[in-house]
Design a binder for this molecule. Structure first.
Ligand code: SAM
Length: 303
């Protein structure tokens, strides 16, 4: 079940003949729900950087003439819109950030410390370096900074030191191997979470350049959306949510010198207005899907 499905669909304020972009197709849950609400003239472009998301899309969706699915990054959404002649004409952009359940559940993708697999962690395994390759070369100081900044890991120094010491003995190529190195590097104080949770998150965010991807897509949404168009972003941790919140807040503020004045020149008007506050999952949703626990949906409307 897609996370925050009802609120995200309501947030998009779907029009039957609107033009929509789902930047994170995944298993197509949100895309399917959007298509259900569109009429014959509506259009949905869905994007996913993971080639296996494209391969596994349901034939029913793929054959829907209102629907187009492409393998690419949502940071390039502006180019995709230009190629389709819809820049500034899009009615809604949805981003449901992070990794999908199939990516996490399939040990072969290397995202999970719970099941052993090759230490890859790329959402698009045909591009960039794997986590194993990066960990074999990265300087200890850089590794510590990544664990601190992208994982908010308090034990970053110890973990970075342990990884560098371990790789001098044998290459780190498996998720279970990395999880064990981290587990034995940190003091165990009966934490509820696995001690490798934050480090795996940090390495994954780094390998996939997730925060830069997000910043670029948020910025692009200004040119992408038409007046009244909606930007809906579901994030899963505070690093993402903070960026979404800051972007939406700044983009909805009137410039100081015009604040409170009745007529702000068009070029100085804020591009967005906020629609409500962050929406959290209900207890019921969390009970049915533990991955929804930390999700937040934020919505803004293009002015
Ligand atoms: C949480 S899942 C989306 C689930 C989807 N909403 C559904 O209903 O099934 C996130 C998906 O976004 C993709 N993704 C993450 N970052 C991306 C990016 N920068 N560009 C394109 N796709 C991205 C991932 O590969 C993953 O399939």
């Amino acid at each position: 079940m897609p996370v925050l499905l009802g609120p995200a669909i309501a947030g998009l304020n779907l029009k039957a003949d609107g033009w929509y972009v789902d930047g994170t197709f995944g298993r197509g849950g949100h895309s399917g729900a959007i298509l259900e609400k569109l009429g014959g003239e509506g259009r949905l472009l869905a994007i996913d950087r993971d080639p296996s998301a494209i391969e596994n899309a349901s034939p029913a969706l793929k054959s829907d003439p209102r629907f187009e699915l492409i393998n690419g990054k949502f940071s390039e959404v502006k180019r995709y819109a230009i190629e389709r002649n819809v820049l500034g004409k899009v009615d809604g952009l949805l981003l449901d950030l992070g990794v999908s359940s199939p990516q996490l559940d399939e040990a072969g993708r290397g995202f999970s410390f719970r099941s052993d697999g090759p230490l890859d962690m790329r959402m698009d395994p045909t591009n960039g370096q794997s986590a194993a390759d990066w960990l074999s070369r990265v300087e200890e100081r850089t590794l510590r900074n990544v664990l601190q900044q992208l994982g908010e890991e308090r034990n970053a120094s110890r973990i970075a030191r342990a990884i560098v010491a371990a790789r001098a003995k044998a290459p780190i190529r498996r998720t279970a191997q990395l999880a064990e190195i981290i587990r034995s590097a940190v003091p165990s104080r009966g934490q509820k979470k696995h001690p490798a949770t934050k480090s795996f998150q940090a390495i994954r965010i780094f390998i996939n350049d997730e925060l830069a991807e997000l910043e670029k897509a948020l910025e692009a949404s200004i040119d992408l959306l038409k007046p009244g168009g909606r930007l809906c972003v579901i994030s899963f941790h505070s690093l993402e949510d903070r960026r979404v919140k800051r972007f939406m807040r700044n983009a909805s503020l009137e410039p100081v010198k015009y604040r409170g004045l009745p007529d702000i020149p068009l070029e100085h008007r804020p591009p967005f207005k906020l629609i409500g506050k962050a929406i959290k999952p209900t207890d019921e949703e969390i009970a049915g899907n533990v991955r929804a626990r930390s999700s937040r949906l934020r919505i803004a409307e293009r002015l």
